[in-house]
Design a protein around this ligand. Structure first.
Ligand code: HEC
Ligand SMILES: [Cu+2]
Length: 357
């Protein structure tokens, strides 16, 4: 403690120790803010030193004050930068309409598209138009039935979540499923973002690793796709909500009641084989005579039916869906001469032709 500030090194006779009589006329070379004489005395300070201490502490207070001002201003400015200034002077950086969030959403949809095309399109169709699996891109289904929670659940549980069919051919997809599926949490989120994407937006098809836009090999233009959900769709006011199990959609209460068609003496055989296809793709019947279709579903655990349409696509007969293995007989009203496509309502890519002649 030899060189405590304000103390002269020991051994030296202090030149001027307080209290010391000041020469009368000389004002001490000290500024206004000096410590009280008693304190100076106690601390053994020279007037210069004590003035310096006071000056320094004033400076320190200034520094502190300025630092607080800087922090306060920073917090205030950053606050408004993040959350938007009042009176609409600036947009929130991460607000609901924030560009950042929108950009993240676009990325998720574009990645989800790749997940869909790689895993789901082979059963549900490139555009969700249906195939081996039920149609996904219809507005009445997307409106409420295929909501986020439902999609989460069916991807976690698998196809049996839809109608409780334990033999459903759709596996569980999530890594968290039991047994685990191939898609991780992020891919599930992206897939759902794609399935729920609005059809008012156009998205870019990207390479799934490099994320470079993909070019159409023919035109050389960047390939794009649209979401499925029509944001302006509202169901008809009197429409019944889409059924919880998609297969119930085909249960047509009006068709089973009413006068049954006269017994027909022609019965044609149609069956669905185990590869989700009709065994007979060409069937011939007599024109202008009602007939019956004896339908055999030979595919275990998979629902099929026969639906006959006219060339305009209007349904003329839609048979009840049966889960294989089972059989059923449908009555079909008379068809005038011509050819009529038939298909499975569940799997629109199962097709054939009925010719009436
Ligand atoms: C092997 C064919 C197959 C694949 C691949 C497949 N699905 Fe399915 N999916 C089905 C079948 C069949 C059903 C009907 C389930 C049932 O009721 O048994 C179904 C049902 C669904 C449903 C419910 C439809 C409704 O109307 O309730 C959704 C949603 C769905 N699948 C989404 C997906 C997604 C997303 C993928 C890709 C990760 C996918 N599926 C892959 C066959 C498939
Ligand atoms: Cu079918």
């Amino acid at each position: 403690m030899t060189d405590t500030p304000g103390r002269e090194p020991e051994g030296h006779e202090p030149e001027q120790r307080l209290p010391v009589a000041r020469p009368g006329a000389d004002a001490a070379p000290v500024e206004r803010f000096t410590a009280a004489p008693s304190i100076r005395a106690a601390a053994g300070l020279t007037p210069e030193r004590s003035a310096q201490v006071v000056r320094q502490s004033a400076n320190a207070r200034w520094v502190g004050f300025l630092a607080v001002v800087v922090v306060v201003l920073f917090v205030a400015i950053y606050w408004f930068y993040e959350l938007g200034a009042p009176l609409g002077l600036s947009q929130p950086r991460l607000g609901a309409e924030g560009a950042e969030i929108a950009a993240q959403q676009v990325t998720a949809v574009e990645r989800g598209y790749n997940v869909y095309e790689a895993n789901c399109a082979r059963c549900h169709g490139e555009q969700g138009e249906g195939g081996i699996g039920p149609v996904l891109n219809r507005q009445d289904k997307l409106f409420a039935h295929l909501n986020e929670a439902y999609l989460h659940n069916i991807l976690l549980v698998g196809g049996r979540y839809a109608c409780g069919n334990p033999a459903s051919i759709m596996p569980a997809w999530s890594e968290e499923s039991n047994p685990p599926g191939p898609l991780n949490y992020r891919q599930i989120e992206e897939l759902i973002a794609f399935l729920r994407a609005p059809n008012t937006d156009t998205y870019i098809v990207r390479d799934h690793e490099l994320l470079d836009p993909k070019l159409d090999p023919v035109t050389g233009e960047v390939m794009t796709f649209r979401g499925w959900v029509d944001p302006s769709y509202t169901p008809e006011p009197e429409a019944t909500p889409y059924p919880a199990c998609w297969a119930d959609e085909f249960a047509s209460p009006g068709e089973t009641a009413g006068p049954s068609s006269p017994p027909a003496d022609t019965v044609v055989e149609i069956s669905a084989d185990s590869s989700t296809a009709f065994e007979q793709t060409e069937v011939t019947v007599s024109a202008d005579e009602p007939f019956q279709v004896h339908f055999k579903n030979d595919e275990a655990g998979v629902p099929h039916n026969v639906e006959i349409r006219d060339s305009a696509g209007t349904s003329l007969m839609r048979g009840d869906i049966i889960n294989g293995v089972a059989e059923i007989t449908y009555d079909v009203p008379a068809l005038s001469a011509g050819s009529y496509p038939f298909l499975c309502s569940v799997h629109p890519n199962m097709t054939g032709t009925i010719t009436a002649e």
